[in-house]
Design a protein around this ligand. Structure first.
Ligand code: ZN
Length: 261
C-alpha cells in the first residue's frame, strides 16, 4: 500500500553507505520509520530534505509486518526555512520534535498533536513571533494532548486557589505552599498567571509576555519537569542542553542539574 501524507521529520540516522533511516510523525499514521535508499548520493535532492524538523509530504510503501517502511518520494509541504536563520529557534524546534518523539508510540495517529507541532513550527519560523512563548505553548499543549493537563488553578491536595505553587515531583501535580512548604521547582504568582494565560489563547494570538528573567526560568523549568514526571527519558534528553542558553540566568543551576545530572 502506498501512503501519501504530510509528516514532520523527527530524526535522521545514516544507514550503510548512502541510505538514511528517517523517523517521522505523519498526519495519517502517527510515528513511522522510513528508509530512504540511496538518498545520500550527492545528486539526490531528498538528502537535504530529510532533516528534522522539516515538514514534508511523504510517499512510502507501507507493510504492517515491516518495522521500517520504504520511502518512495518526498516534497516540501510547508516552508519553515526561516527557522534556520536563528540558532535558538532551530535548536528549540529540535527540542520540540525530540520531546514529541519520546512521547508517542509508533502507528498511533494523533491529528491534534500533528496540527500542534506543524502550526508551532510554522509560527516559530517567523521572526516576528516570540520563540519562548511559542515553546511554552507547545510544551503546555503537548502535555495536555498526552493526557497530562497541568492543574494550574487549585492545589491538588487541599483544593485552595493557587496564588503560587510548588511542584510535587512524585505526582507531577502543583500544591500550595501550605501543603508543600519545600520544593525544588516553584511557580510564583507572575509565572502562574502567565501559564494560565497561555492555556486560554490561540497559537495565532501569541505575543511576547515580557516576563521577568526569573519568571521565564520558572515557567521553562516547570513545563519540562511536568512533562518529565509523566514521560520517561525527557529530563535527560540531550536536546534540552539548549535550554541553558534560553534561560542563562539560572542562579541555582536547577535546570542545568536536571538536564545534565
Ligand atoms: Zn494545599
Amino acid at each position: 500500500m502506498i501512503i501519501d501524507t504530510p509528516a514532520v521529520v523527527m530524526r535522521t540516522i545514516p544507514f550503510s553507505d548512502n541510505s538514511l533511516i528517517v523517523r517521522c510523525f505523519t498526519e495519517t499514521q502517527g510515528k513511522v520509520t522510513v528508509m530512504g535508499k540511496g538518498v545520500r548520493r550527492s545528486k539526490n535532492p531528498l538528502s537535504g530534505m530529510l532533516e528534522a524538523p522539516n515538514i514534508l509530504r511523504l510517499h512510502y510503501h507501507f507493510k504492517e509486518s515491516r518495522e521500517i517502511q520504504i520511502l518512495r518520494d518526498a516534497e516540501f509541504h510547508e516552508d519553515i526555512m526561516g527557522l534556520r536563520r536563528d540558532y535558538l529557534r532551530i535548536s528549540l524546534s529540535h527540542v520540540m520534535v525530540d520531546l514529541l518523539d519520546r512521547s508517542i508510540h509508533p502507528l498511533d495517529p494523533q491529528p491534534i498533536l500533528f496540527r500542534l507541532i506543524q502550526q508551532t513550527l510554522i509560527a516559530l519560523s517567523k521572526p516576528e513571533k516570540p520563540f519562548r512563548e511559542l515553546f511554552w505553548f507547545y510544551l503546555l499543549h503537548l502535555g495536555t494532548q498526552l493526557g497530562f493537563k497541568p492543574g494550574l488553578d487549585t492545589c491538588q491536595r487541599c483544593n485552595a486557589i493557587l496564588r503560587s505553587a510548588h511542584l510535587d515531583l512524585e505526582s507531577g501535580t502543583l500544591h500550595c505552599p501550605d501543603c508543600q512548604p519545600q520544593a525544588r521547582f516553584r511557580l510564583e504568582d507572575e509565572s502562574l498567571r502567565s501559564l494560565k494565560e497561555m492555556t486560554r489563547i490561540h497559537l495565532r494570538d501569541i505575543t511576547p509576555l515580557h516576563s521577568s528573567v526569573e519568571t521565564n526560568r520558572q515557567i521553562t523549568e516547570y513545563l519540562i519537569q511536568h512533562l518529565g514526571v509523566h514521560v520517561e527519558g525527557i529530563q535527560n534528553a540531550p536536546s534540552l542542553r539548549v535550554l541553558k542558553q534560553l534561560e542563562p540566568s539560572d542562579p541555582d543551576g536547577d535546570l542545568q542539574k536536571s538536564v545534565n545530572p
